[in-house]
Design a protein around this ligand. Structure first.
Ligand SMILES: *Cc1c(COP(=O)(O)O)cnc(C)c1O
Length: 230
């Protein structure tokens, strides 16, 4: 494989974008690079530029990349896509964080797989705060009535919520949805769950991470803002 000028050029550009985005994120907020559709070379470049947390949304795309990057032992891998039941084992096996737990059934399955594998992945419950046919996620009512069952799952570590606003809203509307996410996490925490905490809010992508941080995000998931258009 040859590494030409364009590759080092991309590396410089990526470092610049990373520095720019980091500057706009308080140190208490985790920056996760969303590398879906980008090659392992790009992940390696981001790693060389100092990024250590990466997210993928498809198991079949992520596993070969992770294999190619196997020597990077201090990377934290996040899964952010919808999980089909037959992929749950692979997700638990290969990811440290799972942001896209979107049903009680999936949570219970991940819990069983975690027990089998002797792993304890950190998880977020993906919640839909406004109707959005393009997304999966718990509706608020469904989530509230599933809380007792979710709290019985002890092999997965439920840490908070993931919120993705529908596409095409105004900045003020997006901010309002993120604030509802923060309020919902506080409401759940007030019920004093035993096996869950609600101290993590996975909210904010390239176009809206500043609104998300203003509303209380603890993790932002940035793809195109770091790696360019997909
Ligand atoms: C693709 C994706 C992102 C990153 O989106 P960008 O707009 O490219 O920053 C974040 N979260 C999820 C769940 C995604 O699927």
């Amino acid at each position: 494989m040859s590494f030409g000028l364009s590759q080092s050029g991309a590396n410089h550009e990526l470092s610049t974008r990373l520095a720019d985005i980091r500057q706009r994120i308080p140190p208490s907020v985790r920056l996760i690079g969303v590398t879906k559709t980008f090659s392992s070379d790009i992940v390696q470049q981001a790693y060389d530029a100092g990024l250590r947390e990466f997210a993928e949304n498809k198991v079949q795309e992520a596993l070969p990349k992770q294999a190619e990057l196997g020597s990077l032992t201090d990377v934290i891998w996040h899964f952010i896509g919808h999980i089909q039941s037959n992929k749950a084992l692979k997700v638990v096996e290969n990811f440290d964080w799972i942001h896209s737990v979107d049903s009680l059934k999936l949570a219970a399955r991940l819990d069983r797989q975690a027990k089998i594998l002797g792993k304890r992945p950190s998880c977020c419950l993906q919640v839909k705060l406004v109707p959005d046919p393009a997304k999966t996620g718990f509706e608020v009512d469904t989530l509230m009535s599933a809380l007792a069952d979710l709290d019985r799952l002890s092999a997965i570590d439920i840490r908070g919520l993931m919120v993705i606003p529908p596409y095409g809203l105004k900045a003020s509307e997006v901010r309002e949805i993120f604030e509802r996410g923060t309020t919902l996490a506080q409401e759940i925490a007030r019920r004093s769950p035993v096996n869950m905490t609600m101290d993590q809010l996975s909210m904010g992508m390239s176009g809206d991470f500043e609104q998300a941080i203003a509303a209380g995000a603890t993790m932002v998931r940035i793809g195109s803002g770091l790696f360019g258009p997909r």
